[in-house]
Design a protein around this ligand. Structure first.
Ligand code: AMP
Ligand code: MG
Length: 424
């Protein structure tokens, strides 16, 4: 991709690039186009690991220790020295090792030490036999089952070796990374700063929750879905609520916030209706591309910049704004946060219980319900698939992803699904 392309150039002369077709941009192309304008944040801060959930590592982490840092037992049982010949079969129990204790007792051939999970393997022992596999009489145990030499011992460094590169810069931090960092004894880490995102809804008909609703009005759900999705990925949010379809107001709002945040996200007003002013306003104060994306739901989408601040204009329809946030904006936010190689959840194939209707021409993200039947996973579409049917997003646990050229799939046919769990 050409490095010298700027949004300004594209906005003024879309034809300057053969691949850029504002009339029907394909999903994957839109992702790539926007991505080239995203410069990850550079500022870092050092924070306690417990505060690092949903942040992005800004340093490579090498382990300062071996994990575990001593050979220990994986089972409750008896530690002893096992020979190839499996002899003897009876051992004298000379003591016990509990987890957290560090006894120096030595086991001689023919002896055993009772040992608990996590306790250090005594000197002289090479194998642990689980308590369930021995019979005991007085201070003697008989080993009845064959067990391999070295069995049930967790070796030093088996999980992580001292000096090993364990997490790379650009890694998004989840509970498991926090746990891993704790297991290395690291109380603090360096992360990229949070991205700051301001967002608001547009529309004279849009009303804040908590007020009464007149005929012709609609509650502002986008503000809540967009805000929640931003919080899910760890953004620092500024909620500017609702701005009416008024050019002056829109302009004033955008200008007042632009230099205070990394990203501005709006919903509504990006298509071609009489009150869709975003294009006009943004052309005055920034550089913006308006796309007709070949996706459903979510055809209109705007991306641009107001000075250094990124701008995303999402469609007003609630499902369309969620889908375009999730499928297009979120990957860009992840890149901006410093996450390296973010990928949306993978697609996998399942059978559909009902026909899935589609015309070729647009990529579709229909809402589906994955369910199990006779040990097999199936999907069925939620009822209505309109871009205003927000209940479909709530019923769904996956997207049914249909490629641009695909058409209706009959019941029993194979479709691709993408899990929503944990992301929406
Ligand atoms: P627009 O993209 O502004 O033309 O809006 C498309 C449709 O989405 C219209 O039916 C709007 O009423 C509806 N809509 C726009 N913004 C919101 C919002 N914030 N919450 C819920 N519905 C909205
Ligand atoms: Mg509107």
């Amino acid at each position: 991709m050409n490095e010298k392309i700027t949004i300004g150039k594209l906005a003024k002369d879309p034809g300057c690039l053969a691949e850029y077709d504002p009339n029907a941009m394909e999903y994957k192309d839109a992702l790539k186009w926007i991505r080239q304008f995203i410069e990850p944040v550079k500022e870092t801060q050092i924070i306690p690991i417990r505060d690092s959930l949903c942040r992005v590592l800004s340093e490579d982490i090498y382990s300062p220790i071996d994990v575990p840092n001593y050979d220990n037992s994986a089972m409750d049982g008896f530690a002893f020295y096992k020979t190839k010949e499996n002899l003897p079969t009876t051992y004298e129990v000379i003591g016990s090792n509990l987890a957290g204790q560090s006894s120096n007792e030595k086991v001689l051939p023919g002896q055993a030490i009772q040992i608990m999970t996590g306790a250090r393997i005594p000197n002289g022992a090479n194998t642990v036999i689980p308590i369930e596999l021995v019979s005991s009489e007085g201070n003697k145990i008989s080993v009845n089952k064959s067990i391999s030499i070295g069995g049930n011992i967790r070796k030093i460094g088996e999980d992580v070796k001292k000096g090993e590169l364990i997490l790379k810069r650009g890694r998004y931090i989840r509970a498991s990374e926090i746990g891993l960092l704790a297991s290395l004894g690291l109380p603090k880490i360096s992360v990229y700063r949070q991205i700051k995102v301001a967002f608001f809804s547009t529309g004279d008909e849009v009303v804040e929750v908590g007020n009464s609703l007149k005929v012709g009005q609609v509650y502002d759900s986008n503000n809540h879905t967009i805000g929640a999705m931003l919080e899910r990925i760890g953004a620092d949010i500024i909620n500017l609520k609702i701005i009416s379809d008024d050019k002056k107001e829109l302009k004033k709002t955008l200008l007042s916030i632009a230099d205070k945040v990394d990203v501005i996200i709006t919903s509504g007003g990006v298509s071609v209706g009489a009150a869709d002013f975003m294009k006009e306003v943004l052309n005055e104060i920034g550089e913006v591309l308006f796309w007709k994306l070949a996706i459903k739901p979510g055809r209109p989408l705007a991306y641009g910049k107001i000075n250094q601040t990124h701008y995303f204009g999402l469609p007003g329809n609630p499902v369309a704004s969620m889908v375009s946030f999730y499928q297009i904006v979120q990957p860009q936010m992840k890149a901006l946060m410093g996450e390296v190689d973010y990928e949306l959840p993978p697609l996998f194939s399942v059978k559909t219980e009902r026909a899935i209707f589609k015309k070729p021409g647009r990529m579709e993200f229909q809402r589906g319900i994955l369910f199990q039947n006779n040990d097999e996973w199936w999907v069925k579409p939620t009822g209505q698939q309109g871009s205003a049917i927000l209940s479909s997003m709530s019923q769904a646990n996956c997207f049914i992803v249909m490629e641009i050229d695909e058409s209706t799939i009959d019941s029993g046919g194979i479709v691709k699904v993408q899990l929503m769990e944990g992301f929406i």
